[in-house]
Design a protein around this ligand. Sequence first.
Ligand SMILES: [Zn+2]
Length: 191
Amino acid sequence: MLELKRIYWSRQALREAYSAVVMWLGASVVLALMPKANAAGSRSAATVAEILRGMVDGVLAAVTVPTLFLVVLTVVAAVVRARDLKRRDPVRRFSRQRRREGLARAGGQCEMESGLRRRCPRPAEHGDHFYPWSKGGSTSLQNFVAACSRCNRAKGAQIPSPGQQERLDRRRRTYVTLEDAAAVGERQPLP
Ligand SMILES: [Zn+2]
């Protein structure tokens, strides 16, 4: 089965680190622009140009470290994206045959979750990639998930959480007889 824990949590961490650094950067600029209490007296003597230069220097000094972090995170994100691109399955659409197999496996019912972590009761109309195709998900029966139009639209290209995978795997075992046919999710290997 696809090992989702590491993939899911590392990307979550990357996203959170990114927004934290952006906030840090913003806060650094604001703090650098705040007038300093002890400089208030001497400022009257300074010219406008000197005050401006002092502000620019202060801001530059304050943003150096967060900018460095931002650059590192941006590079890491670019590497992750490039690897996803390399993994992409050349076949994007499920064949008619595989779609039929996948829908039959699901008994024609949507396999996604609709509120309260219960199985969606609507009839399945689409074959969706459980692990998104755009991020390297395989166009295989193992990565096939039957979905109604609403769930299909709601899912988009998000990487499912390990919890979602675990629950779908458990649920599938109640309506799929062959043990290996219940496995949820597959990702293409790096070429
Ligand atoms: Zn649904």
